[in-house]
Design a protein around this ligand. Structure first.
Ligand SMILES: C[S@@+](CC[C@H](N)C(=O)[O-])C[C@H]1O[C@@H](n2cnc3c(N)ncnc32)[C@H](O)[C@@H]1O
Length: 237
């Protein structure tokens, strides 16, 4: 089943499910403001990042496969009074329906891990590169789990937010996380496919980027081998 249908099933609980995820907003907004915009956000979801970017005065083109997630993003942008700065388009991030060339492309909240293998990740990175002006930047975050994280969560239903449960099933052989989410009526399972930092670095360079920075957290501390990787890549001039 495509991730389109998978996210359609949880669009109504996506925001309450991810309500505690706020640590990344400031970095993405700062990058957007520094770029001057417009920004293309691939896998824009419900606008969790795109709407704060628009509220900072930057135009955002948001691409997502899921019509239900895009409908939530539209509601959010309207509610916050920034709909005129948010341009939502339904499509696959590997073939984004975007003719514009921009100074910044972002893929927040681990969305590139929906790409099942290195070939698909490379397709996505190349698609991002094709949207950038010379000298433009791609910023995205991904993770690779620690052994402790796997041991603490594997196969357990945990109440992540009131009434919203999450279960992680880790497959170390294929490096796949099957993440299940359920609310009172909604439920879905989708897969995330992680890579090591050196593997990402290789793919990023193969897609034609130069790596400007690799952070280990959204406060821009350097990456020192932890779970989170925040990549800042540049398309050479
Ligand atoms: C974890 S959510 C991230 C949403 C948003 N960027 C955020 O930070 O909250 C992942 C999103 O990726 C979208 N997605 C997954 N595969 C996709 C693809 N191939 N093309 C476009 N969107 C995709 C899903 O529909 C979902 O909205």
């Amino acid at each position: 089943m495509s991730t389109d249908a998978l996210y359609d099933r949880i669009a109504t609980i996506y925001d309450p499910w991810s309500v505690s995820v706020t640590e990344d907003v400031e970095l993405y907004v700062a990058e957007a403001v520094a770029s001057g915009g417009p920004v293309v956000e691939l896998a824009v979801g419900t606008g969790r990042i795109a709407v704060p970017v628009a509220k900072a005065g930057i135009r955002v083109i948001g691409v997502d496969q899921s019509s239900a997630m895009l409908a939530r993003a539209r509601e959010y942008a309207e509610r916050e009074g920034v709909w005129e700065l948010v341009d939502l388009r339904q499509g696959d991030l590997r073939e984004p329906p975007v003719d514009e060339r921009v100074p910044l492309v972002t893929v927040p909240f681990r969305s590139l891990l929906h790409m099942v293998d290195e070939e698909q990740k490379l397709r996505a990175l190349r698609a991002a590169a094709s949207l950038l002006l010379p000298g433009g930047r791609l910023v995205f975050d991904v993770f690779a789990p620690s052994r402790e994280d796997i041991e603490e969560t594997d196969g357990l239903w945990l109440e992540r937010e009131p009434g919203i449960f999450e279960r992680a099933d880790w497959d170390l052989r294929t490096r796949t996380l099957a993440l299940s989410v359920r609310g009172s009526e909604e439920a879905t399972t989708f897969e995330l496919h992680w890579l090591s930092a050196p593997e990402w670095h290789h793919l990023i360079e193969e897609a034609g980027f130069v790596v400007d920075d690799l952070y280990g957290w959204f406060d821009r501390r350097p990456y020192e081998g932890g779970e989170d990787q925040i990549w800042v890549c540049r398309r050479p001039r």
